[in-house]
Design a protein. Sequence first.
Length: 110
Amino acid sequence: MSKEVNENMKCITVNVFAKSGVIAHIKGTSKIEKMEDCTLSLVHGHVGQQCDDSKAILDKIYVFAFSNTSAEKLKKDVDKAYNLLEISDANGRDMIYDRICFEYRKQEDL
């Protein structure tokens, strides 16, 4: 059985790493999983996990991925996912180490 390949499909996979602290809350993953373009929603971390951002390899908490033919739609999907995702410590501090920042540059600027 052969499947037709969509040559115009674009994909993005985002690994979410943790700042130092103890995870108290992981929220929003089920909403991300239900998004139309979501192809992967995988929780690696758990409540009570001690994380340390001073190590060379950071603690991975979550991975999500989207596929669509539109790069602009993928950008919106990732922005929405980051808005839905909440990973915090007992004091409510955000524990997401870094977030993707979409800044468009012209090809000639690269």
